[in-house]
Design a protein around this ligand. Structure first.
Ligand code: AMP
Length: 580
């Protein structure tokens, strides 16, 4: 059994190929979307998913979200005094998805196909593989999100050749791919995107506008009143979603502690105001769109269909912009939050050679140009820092390319190959992804030849081999910043670290989610409701201590019912923060 996973910036999903087709698996709370958020509660235990999101509203310093944006970087996040890498945080999300799938399918799951943005570089892809390994998976395949979406839409099933554009605006990343489909073949002709553009930016733009209209800067307020800003973002997120279907939305402004009261000021935003405010973000998505089309050599009028992926494509301004560019409305017949995971589940079945899935040939492209640093001769002396491209961006993968390099000094016995990816002529403007030391070159005059081969595999992972031509000595020990796969020793050490963390028992996750949400609600309620909520929570906590299932069930359902009924908007006035 191989599962398919969409490891998203905001939400993650897991799916499998059931006998009746691809199916998404609900988490312990019964939801298909698990927020990609991790927190550490007051008892020092880890919380993943919706519980972490609730905790984030009340205790942002104990939580982390949108860490997918930092995958493969040196960024470290501290949660309640504990330091985590983005890979470790992602592995915690993957681990919780895996447990949900194991519970749902009643079997151990060890293998997965995980999706990444097409625009992810080599380091980010390897970091994703590592996150999977830390979560106990053997990562069988990394596939690009737009490719997965196209598979979910069954684009490969068409008989006539068609060109599709997949426009994927998620929570934090933007991807666009131009795909060519015909009789079982799905070819990514070009892809482009931005790792720092997504629905969250629209939410922040709205919150920033509200703060600036009151004479405050977002950054200053975030540093001084983190709870106020966390709650304002939460309100703006809801308003943004309402604006996808309504003409106006009102936003209540929280106090310094992030609490919303009955007499809190209300701000009303209209669809057109929101569209105007976020027009620069929509414009930013047009640039990669144009680049992908021009790299693929396709004019907008040649595109047969435009597919929308990612929750943020529900915003009407996205659809209108695409309709203007392509002269036809985009397609969104599948839920844009589910398509990537569904495609990953189909791909997982293909990897496991499930007979129920017809063969699809998926060809992808290298998202960046890959090459090495070389020196050029100027008037008898050499200057380094030049980029020699070996695999151009948007070359279909898997691909292998070779080049002959020469020594530049007499008796030069070592060449240090510095490997870069990027589009600039000078290496300092590109991203350094690794190094390979080639030694044992025979002493002699300059011009000794070394053949260098770059192999970019189906997962978008690079391997570099070098051979000294005269001796035939081979060097393939690629010293990349992140290796494709961890050694078993590294996995053991990393797993030991993860195992030292306290996990909350999964079967009790729902109870904790309820308690964290009650905590958030408690701050927002007027005294008369607070007292009721307080006693219901105490009763629930006491029933948990008693371990009596019938009592737990009863007090839980009373608490849930109450939380559903109360309106968090009504409450006393705040004195701690004055918006005017
Ligand atoms: P994803 O990473 O695909 O789950 O995308 C989540 C993003 O989609 C978040 O930024 C959400 O705010 C955004 N989103 C979800 N639903 C809506 C909606 N109805 N209108 C606008 N944005 C939405």
């Amino acid at each position: 059994m191989i599962v398919g996973i969409d490891l998203g910036t905001t939400n993650s999903l897991i799916g499998w190929m059931s006998p009746s087709g691809p199916e998404l698996i609900p988490n312990v709370l019964g939801e298909l979307l698990t927020p990609s958020a991790v927190g550490v509660d007051h008892g020092g235990e880890l919380v993943v998913g919706a519980g972490a999101k609730s905790l984030q509203v009340t205790h942002p310093e104990r939580c982390a979200a949108v860490f997918k944006r930092s995958m493969g970087t040196e960024t470290r996040l501290t949660l309640a005094g504990r330091v985590f890498s983005p890979e470790e945080l992602s592995s915690l999300v993957l681990r919780s998805l895996r447990q949900d799938a194991e519970r749902h399918l009643n079997q151990t799951i060890e293998e997965a196909v995980i999706t990444v943005p097409a625009y992810f570089n080599d380091i980010q892809r390897k970091a994703t593989v590592r996150a999977g390994e830390l979560a106990g998976f053997r990562v069988r395949r990394i596939i690009n999100e737009p490719t997965a979406a196209a598979i979910a839409y069954g684009l490969h099933e068409t008989t006539a050749e068609r060109i599709a554009v997949v426009y994927d605006l998620g929570g934090g990343t933007f991807d666009v791919s131009v795909m060519d489909q015909f009789e079982g073949v799905l070819e990514v002709k070009a892809s482009a995107g931005e790792v720092f553009l997504g629905g969250e930016d629209f939410t922040r733009a709205l919150a920033g506008k509200i703060l600036s209209s009151k004479g405050h800067s977002f950054e200053q307020m975030e540093a001084r009143y983190p709870r106020l800003v966390a709650r304002l973002l939460y309100e703006c997120e809801n308003a943004k979603r309402r604006l996808s279907t309504q003409e106006t939305a009102s936003i209540r402004l929280p106090d310094a502690e992030g609490v919303i009261h009955e007499k809190c000021e209300n701000v009303t935003v209209s669809v057109s105001e929101f569209a105007e405010l976020t027009a620069p973000l929509i414009h930013r998505s047009r640039l990669p769109l144009q680049r992908a089309l021009s790299d693929a050599g396709i004019r907008p009028s040649q595109v047969h269909e435009v597919i929308l992926v990612g929750g943020a494509t529900r915003m009407p301004q996205v659809r209108s912009m695409l309709e203007v560019v392509f002269g036809k409305p985009p397609r969104m017949s599948l839920n844009p939050d589910h398509v990537v995971a569904i495609g990953a589940a189909v791909q997982a079945a293909l990897v496991s050679r499930d007979g129920s899935v017809s063969e699809i040939v998926v060809t992808d492209v290298a998202p960046f140009t890959l090459g090495v640093e070389v020196s050029h001769e100027f008037q008898g002396h050499y200057r380094s820092g030049y980029f020699l491209p070996l695999i151009s961006r948007n070359t279909p993968v898997p691909v292998s390319r070779s080049e002959i390099l020469s020594t530049i000094r007499a008796n030069q016995t070592v060449i240090q190959l510095k490997i870069y990816q990027g589009e600039s002529r000078r290496v300092e403007d590109n991203v350094r992804i690794g190094e390979l030391s080639v030694n044992g070159i025979p002493s002699g005059p300059p011009g000794q030849s070394i053949s260098v081969r770059f192999t970019y595999d189906q997962n978008g992972i690079l391997e570099v081999d070098a051979m000294v031509q005269e001796t035939g000595a081979k060097f393939s020990t690629v010293i990349l910043q992140g290796t494709a796969s961890l050694t078993s020793e590294q996995i053991r050490t990393a797993l030991e670290k993860m195992q030292s963390l306290k996990f909350h028992p999964r079967d009790k996750e729902e109870n904790r989610y309820i308690l964290l949400t009650a905590d958030r609600l408690y701050r927002e309620l007027p005294p008369r409701f607070r007292d009721i909520l307080g006693s219901l929570v105490l009763e629930f906590e006491d029933s948990l201590e008693s371990q009596d299932p019938a009592r737990i069930e009863e007090s839980r359902s009373q608490l849930q019912q109450f939380m559903k009924n109360v309106d968090p908007g009504s409450g006393p006035d705040s004195e701690s923060w004055n918006w005017s």
